[in-house]
Design a protein around this ligand. Structure first.
Ligand code: PLP
Length: 390
């Protein structure tokens, strides 16, 4: 039998398009797709076995209460074992997706009408979603180190909290920065928010995908202040490729939120699907061996991409990647254009995410999804380099 890595090396664009998911089919065409944050590796055997069992049982109805309870317990166990955060299963609740958690953080857990701070570059919906609820979005550009690494500008953040902002939106690990925040960084951020009576939406959806020995630290686990300010949301949907199943988890870490949940929880959890909960449970309980192979394959792809870019596009700056499979590339040395995605679709035949959607600091950058086969990645980088240097 071929190993997972051998099977992933053999993936073809035709096969990936035939799966029908958004990444490889939108918009229609023959492009090599490195946009939407889905991986091309399928999912864990434990998840597929559970899917077969669900089909066998015809378990397609509204979820029984026990289905949610099992998922909540599996989520708590994963957080205890993987990150050393002593989560009680009663503090975990189903959500249909992580963005529902952001909606709740804004509408239910923060001061009505208060502005929302988003460190940039940021996952696009963080900048768009608060506006749909009439909230002002304040972009707080992250600081860059000489090695391209990102850090939060705590003085800037404190200033915005002092001026009335009441929610901060954190992605840890970061999309598109690939940054894994340390306990010290999180603790300092929590103190700033706590001092202003503010909240932090801690989106930890990429937490199973930390790489190169970096360890995920949940915000709520770092200190009492962290537990007070955090509203944590996570899911297996990124690490196990299950976003179409509509299921995530919110984890509460203070008594006021627990009390509020008694009122809002029934509606907030509505929409989490039965198969989604079943498969999240299966991924948390049995998915780790497969995930280990995925991490290793992604690390190989990152190392390959870094070496190939150094050779073919030496002036491109790639952010250090401590987690996720999303590379953030600064291409300003090659082009004055702020938004490069349409040009790259046309001239390079690749679909990437242009940087402008990630905040003002994203001009001249692109986000490239590296979670594909090595041969497809080789073509993506060669075609990118040829188009940028033509
Ligand atoms: C940081 C981050 N948060 C949230 C999401 C979306 O999650 P969901 O589909 O559960 O809303 C993504 C998807 O790429 C993401 O990268």
């Amino acid at each position: 039998m071929t190993s997972n890595a051998e099977q992933w090396n053999a993936l073809t664009p035709e096969l990936l398009r035939s799966r029908g998911s958004n990444k490889w089919t939108a918009p229609e065409g023959e492009l090599l797709c490195a946009g939407v944050a889905e991986m091309d590796y399928g999912t864990a055997p434990a998840v597929l076995d559970e899917w077969a069992a669900i089909a066998e049982r015809l378990e397609f109805g509204y979820p029984a209460e026990s289905v949610a309870l099992e998922m909540n317990a599996a989520t708590a166990k994963w957080h205890r074992e993987q990150y050393g955060w002593n989560v009680d299963a009663v503090d975990v609740h189903p959500l249909p997706d992580v963005l529902k958690g952001l909606e709740l953080a804004i509408l239910e857990f923060s001061k009505p009408g208060a502005p929302v701070i988003v460190p940039t570059p940021a996952y696009m919906p963080f900048l768009m979603l608060p506006k749909t609820f009439g909230r002002e979005v304040i972009e707080s550009p992250m600081l860059r180190g000489d090695d391209g690494s990102f850090s939060l500008d705590l003085d800037d953040i404190a200033r915005h909290f002092a001026a009335g902002a009441n929610v901060f939106v954190l992605a840890n690990p970061g999309n598109p920065t690939g940054k894994v925040f340390t306990a010290d960084e999180l603790s300092a951020l929590a103190d700033v928010a706590d001092a202003h009576g503010a909240r932090i939406f801690s989106d930890e959806i990429h937490s199973p995908l930390t790489l190169f020995g970096n360890k995920h630290v949940p915000l709520a686990s770092v200190s009492d202040a962290g537990a007070r300010v955090a509203i944590t949301a996570t899911s297996t949907s990124k690490a196990f490729n299950l976003p179409g199943l509509k299921c995530a988890q919110i984890i509460l870490s203070n008594d006021a939120d627990r009390t509020l949940w008694e009122t809002i929880g029934w509606m907030a959890s509505h929409g989490a699907s039965t198969p989604g909960m079943r498969l999240n449970t299966a991924a948390y309980l049995g998915g780790e061996p497969w995930l280990g192979e995925v991490r290793e394959y992604i690390e190989g792809n990152i190392e390959y991409a870094r070496a190939a870019l150094a050779e073919l596009l030496p002036e491109a700056r790639m952010a250090p990647m401590q987690g996720t499979y999303l590379a953030w590339l600064d291409l300003r040395a090659y082009s004055d254009e702020p938004e490069l995605s349409e040009m790259l679709a046309e001239k390079a035949g690749i679909r990437v995410n242009g940087g402008v959607g990630y905040g003002a600091v994203g001009a001249g950058h692109i986000r490239v999804n590296l979670a594909t086969s090595r041969p497809i990645l080789e073509r993506i980088i060669a075609q990118l380099a040829a188009a940028m240097t033509a």
